[in-house]
Design a protein. Sequence first.
Length: 399
Amino acid sequence: MAFIEIRDLYKIFGPKPLEVIKVLEKGGTKTGILQRSKHTVALQNVSLSIEKGETFVIMGLSGSGKSTLVRCLNRLIEPTAGKIWVDGKNILAFDDRELQDFRRHKMNMVFQRFGLLPHRTVLENVAFGLEICGIDSDERLTKATEWIETVGLKGWEESSPAELSGGMQQRVGLARALCSDPEILLMDEPFSALDPLIRRQMQNELIDLAARINKTIIFITHDLDEALRLGDRIAILKDGRLVQVGTPEDILLDPANDYVAEFTRDVNLSRILTAGAAMITPYAIVSDRNGPRVAMEAMRKDNHSSVFVVNRQNQLQGLVTIDQAVAASKQNVKLLSEIELQEVNTTDPETPLEDLFPMLADMKWPVAVINEKNTLLGIVPRVAILEALSRQNSVEDVV
């Protein structure tokens, strides 16, 4: 079982929700049910698994059910039917005391409009949750001070919310949510009220923070670019139904239907897709302990005029061409390690394809994708970079 398991979740607003579920199971639609019975279908048979430490993005247009779903996770909204387990516990079976403890210690929420207390200082706002939990003054102020520094607001502890910019106020809300040290952080469109530059800055800071604090983050947005930047995986909702779940690459390269494809139509893939996503297995690899005849045979079999060379640890040493191999064979060279190999362009798996464009002019061979130990992971052929460039140009022409 995953850290968070959601199974067959429904939320129907109206006086007879269970009857509406029966209609849905027989093929009824959200629009038809609203017109006939005045019930609103917010969630319909949603099932998801979310892993511990994952940044999981739930996205969709207005009315898709994304905010309802996240509020079912902390039971601010009670589901009509279905099951939710968190860390192996059925949270829908919690009594009032268990639910209160769950909200105070296991899961916390960052709201879109900050929700700060205007008559309290930044420090007091951040410490507020600990105050409710009965933590003594010294301890809560110490923890609040630490989180204020973590979110980059050191020196603003005694300021009031009115003295802060929108981005700074959102940092206060984030610090307050983190101060109680929850394992799960729910974020309901927290950056949508910010201007574009501040919004992007906050996205960058959340990416950095997520890497350091190792929390499970469930992030709600209607913005695909934001979802692609932040999410380890993305779930897309439409009219309360789950349409697709996958990595950003899954969503972009293999949209489940026309609805998802329309979302991704104008996305610049070269900025999103990485070398790791575009790489392929090298067409041929030989060891530097082999000789030039082995290299020539590998080239013959794969119909290429060059081959990548690695050492015993699969670390990239370079590339040998057919001309080099033939010349070395005539000179009775025994090992490829004795040849001055060709240098190739290299990159790491996380590099966006867009960053490889400058290499195109001088590119004779594919870009080698390596890790921090220089291990050869794969190659990105010139054609893959050209394809990404053509897609970028097509998007720019449309825009």
